[in-house]
Each structure stands twice: as structure tokens, then as C-alpha cells.
Design a binder for this molecule. Structure first.
Ligand code: PLP
Length: 396
């Protein structure tokens, strides 16, 4: 009889958002017709921008034309999109060769798939609180996980330390769930640490487009020495509203070599074996994001979410609750009031004001006592949630 991958049995039972859905479902069953102010899951609500929609329509018409029809796309990505991404980095001073850019169906897919490049004996460092997929993808592969807790004292941006030594280092900046962003000096210390230890950083840049302050690194490849230790995984999901359309990209520098093997070559081999590329239509839509018109339009959408963040942080300021994030990230990470546990605070908000957020405990043990608000909701819901929060907690 075949032996299943027994590591699946080691996965934590109920996934965070499944648990939240169960609790909100039970509330709605008991209160039919109630409106919930959903500030929990990080999914966008604004539609794709007009430049992307026009490009998608055009690409559909191409597929209806004998002369312009496209069959299989190159496995590593269409040259027009790989070069558009490389040019986008170039405009920010990061020189990339076109073949260092790989087009993907999104960051989630890549964060799981990229692990094919590393031996199963490799250990993985996860800075907690963390996006749950980092842990789960490595548990499934049977890897040893090194957890580095972060907290208010270090601004949720821990320094490298001997306990953080691992083969793979996950760094997410701007961070989900905390909204914290590594500045250049702090990130440089992680790059130096990775080079000293021969580790590889998996840099999750899914929220880079939300960085508002000048001088904060949007790509790890802006830093000295990153080309010998980092893979960058990015996505158009939050940058341009592609959560349901699916498109991302991964950058693997040529100089990233371990044990005499070049990861860029290995990934070409992997992709040409395991995928047949991303749809032509979607890649055309994605390329429109990198045009001047597309960039202007996605900025407007990001500005809308940033305004939501301001509405919420102003309410938290008035309430005197500690938080971080919101400024350079679409997430606000707050300390639950009066020493409450994060699931208790979740229940309180659901029961009293019908606001749904995400309990910090779901992102790792050190997230207990914290709570995440997403700013991807509608303006109306966000403003009402902020008003309800103020009314509920204002009299404390
Ligand atoms: N990385 C982080 C930190 C995320 O928060 C998310 C989605 O919420 C992803 C990756 C996955 O993004 P994608 O939609 O590109 O799969």
C-alpha cells in the first residue's frame, strides 16, 4: 500500500480563515440579515483598473484571430512581460536581466513551488507573527522550522541573531500581518547574515506597492549583497487587484549559487517541467500594469485603501490603542484593549458591533493579544466600522 506524505498529519488543524468563517457563519445563522463589516481577510474590493481591462479585452480578441492567436506561452513567462517587470525594477535603480524574472500565477503558488529548489533537510526560519503559508508549506515538506518571535519591543522587525540561523529565511516586508517595514539598515543586516551563513532569503514583496515613505526598500535587490542570497517573490494581487485574476513574478539573480548549483538555471528546469506558463490573456493584462497609465491608475486604487487606513488609524489614535502598520502597508496591527485575548476581542467585535477582524494568535503564538484589520474594504464599511469601534471602546 502506498504511504501518504505523513507530514500532512502534523499541520495545525483548522486554518485561521476557516475558523473565522465558521464563527461569522454561526453569527449570521443566529442573526439573519445582519450586515457584517468585514475587515478580516486581505482580499481587494476595487475592480481592475481600466488600462488592465482594455488590455485583457484586446488579448481576448487576439485569441479570436487566426493571425494573432497564441497557443502555449513560454513556461518562464512571456518576453513582453518579463522585460516590462525588469524595466520596472530598472526605473527604481535595480538592474535585472530579463531571464532573472519568472512570471507566475501568484505569490502563494510560488512560495510553495519554490521549495522544490531546496533539499528536504534544509531548515526554514519564520519570523512570527507570520503569513501562515510559510509554516504550512514547510511542514508539508517535513522541514525543520525555526520560529523567531517578534514583538512590540523590536517593532515586529527582529534583528538576526544566533537562534535565527537556518537555511531558508522568510522575510515579508511590508509585513502581513503587522504592516511593519524593514528599513535599509535593518534589512541589510539580514542580507549580511544570510551571506555569512550561506542561507537563502525568500523575500515576500507582495505589499511593496504600499510603501509610502521615501527611502524604505521596496525590493531586497536594492541592497548590497542581495544578489548572492535572495529570491524575491512578488504578486500583482494587492498591487493591482489581481487576487482573482492571478499573476505574479519571481526574481532569481544569476549570482545565487549554492553547492555549485545556480538557482536561476534550476528554476528554468523546474518551470519547463512543471508548468506550461501563465495564460497569454492574463499576462497581457499584467503588462498593462507596468505602463505609465496603468501605474497611475493602480496608484489611485492604492490611495483609496490608504484613505481607509487613515480612517481606522485615526479612530485607534482617538481610542489610545497601540498599533503599527497602516502607513506603508494595507494592514493595521493593534494591541487588543485591556489585556484581552485576540479571540475574545474577535468575539466582542462580532457580537457587539458586527466588525470582523483577524485574531493575531492565528499568525503565531506571539500574535496573541494583537488583532489585524485589513484596509481593503469599501469606504462605507470602513468608516462605519471605525465609528462603531469608537462608540464601543470610547467609554473605557
Ligand atoms: N504573501 C503574503 C504575505 C500575502 O499576504 C499573500 C496574500 O494575502 C500572498 C503572499 C499571496 O498572494 P497571491 O494572491 O499572489 O497568491
Amino acid at each position: 500500500m502506498i504511504t501518504p506524505n505523513v507530514h500532512y498529519a502534523e499541520l495545525k488543524d483548522s486554518y485561521l480563515f476557516y475558523h473565522i468563517a465558521q464563527k461569522t457563519g454561526a453569527y449570521l445563522a443566529a442573526h439573519p440579515g445582519a450586515h457584517l463589516y468585514r475587515m478580516g481577510i486581505g482580499d481587494v474590493t476595487l475592480p481592475l483598473c481600466p488600462a488592465v481591462i482594455a488590455a485583457l479585452h484586446e488579448a481576448v480578441d487576439d485569441q479570436a484571430s487566426g493571425a494573432r492567436f497564441h497557443g502555449y506561452m513560454p513556461e518562464c513567462g512571456a518576453p513582453f512581460l518579463r522585460s516590462a517587470v525588469a524595466a520596472h525594477y530598472g526605473a527604481r535603480g535595480v538592474r535585472l536581466a530579463e531571464d532573472e524574472v519568472f512570471i507566475s500565477s501568484g505569490a502563494s503558488d510560488e512560495l510553495g513551488d519554490i521549495l522544490d529548489l531546496f533539499d528536504r533537510s534544509a531548515s526554514a526560519l519564520v519570523i512570527e507573527p507570520a503569513y501562515p503559508a510559510y509554516v504550512d508549506a514547510n511542514v508539508m515538506a517535513g522541514r525543520r522550522i525555526v520560529r523567531l518571535p517578534s514583538g512590540r519591543a523590536d517593532g515586529f522587525l527582529p534583528e538576526p541573531c544566533p537562534e535565527a540561523a537556518a537555511d531558508l529565511l522568510y522575510i515579508c516586508s511590508p509585513n502581513n500581518p503587522t504592516g511593519a517595514v524593514f528599513d535599509r539598515a535593518r534589512l541589510q543586516r539580514w542580507v549580511d547574515f544570510a551571506n555569512e551563513h550561506g542561507s537563502v532569503i525568500l523575500f515576500d514583496a507582495a505589499y511593496e506597492a504600499f510603501i509610502a515613505e521615501d527611502g524604505l526598500p521596496r525590493s531586497i535587490l536594492e541592497l548590497d549583497g542581495a544578489r548572492t542570497c535572495a529570491i524575491e517573490i512578488c504578486s500583482l494581487s494587492k498591487t493591482a487587484g489581481f487576487t482573482g485574476t492571478r499573476l505574479g513574478y519571481t526574481v532569481i539573480p544569476h549570482e545565487l549559487v549554492r553547492g555549485g548549483m545556480r538557482f536561476q538555471d534550476m528554476w528554468v528546469r523546474n518551470r519547463t517541467t512543471k508548468t506550461n506558463g501563465v495564460s497569454y490573456i492574463i499576462q497581457k493584462g499584467g503588462a498593462a500594469v507596468f505602463t505609465p497609465e496603468g501605474q497611475r491608475q493602480i496608484r489611485e486604487n492604492i490611495g483609496y485603501y490608504k484613505r481607509n487606513a487613515l480612517i481606522l488609524t485615526e479612530a485607534l489614535d482617538r481610542l489610545g490603542l497601540w498599533y503599527c502598520g497602516g502607513r506603508n502597508a494595507p494592514y493595521i496591527w493593534l494591541r487588543c484593549p485591556d489585556g484581552m485575548g485576540s479571540w475574545d476581542f474577535f468575539e466582542l467585535l462580532l457580537r457587539e458591533i458586527q466588525v470582523v477582524g483577524t485574531p493575531g494568535e492565528g499568525f503565531g503564538a506571539c500574535g496573541e493579544g494583537y488583532f489585524r484589520f485589513s484596509t481593503f474594504g469599501s469606504r462605507e464599511d470602513t468608516a462605519e466600522a471605525a465609528a462603531r469601534l469608537t462608540a464601543l471602546l470610547g467609554g473605557r
